[in-house]
Write a protein of this length. Structure first.
Length: 202
């Protein structure tokens, strides 16, 4: 009674609310897991529906990241940019530097490949590198190194004249290409299967 008079919900109500929130988190996690399973099967529309189900209830960067990948395959460019930029912002708010860097690398690729904006792409790569400056043994750092190299090669096909893309002296741009392979082999690449297919498509 005292708790109610002071404006605090009765214990039974607080337990009910806590149980409901726990159930919602479980449902969201299940939908997200199912969405990534659909991505692994190339079921893009199914994945989209599952991620959107979660996002209809609450903003979740994992769902946004997955939605962005599904949208890429469905050629829904505006969704790709919106979902990935929102995911990046939420990962930063959570303090998840690795995940934020991973999405920043995706966005660098998107801005160059879809919009032909190398300055913006370079900015996203710079953000990713800053986030991972003390985490160079992570898979995300290898992912960054490989993507930097691919983007250099993407500009002219041989990496000999593309240092300007990364804002690096030419000798350092060549080093990006040379070092990326060893980084990738050491750590592996996140989302490797889908990324390889993206690269071939582009």
């Amino acid at each position: 009674m005292t708790g109610s008079l002071l404006g605090e919900a009765p214990l039974s109500s607080r337990v009910t609310v806590a149980t409901k929130k726990s159930s919602e988190r479980l449902d969201a996690n299940q939908s997200i897991a199912a969405g990534y399973d659909a991505l692994s099967r190339s079921a893009w529309e199914e994945a989209t529906a599952l991620f959107e189900r979660t996002l209809g209830e609450r903003e979740d960067p994992r769902a946004l990241e997955g939605l962005g990948l599904a949208a890429w395959w469905l050629d829904r460019t505006s969704v790709v940019f919106d979902a990935r930029e929102r995911a990046y912002r939420l990962y930063r708010e959570e303090g998840n530097a690795r995940a934020a860097a991973r999405v920043a690398v995706w966005l660098a690729w998107d801005y160059q490949a879809f919009r032909g904006e190398p300055a913006v792409a370079r900015g996203w790569l710079g953000l990713a590198r800053q986030l991972l400056k003390d985490d160079t043994c992570s898979p995300e750092y290898a992912w960054l190194s490989v993507r930097e190299a691919v983007l250099v090669l993407f500009m002219d096909g041989d990496g000999q004249h593309s240092g300007a893309f990364l804002g690096l002296p030419q000798r350092r741009a060549g080093g990006v290409v040379a070092n990326a392979q060893s980084d990738g082999e050491r750590q592996g690449q996140p989302h490797q299967h889908h990324d390889d297919a993206e690269q071939v498509t582009l």
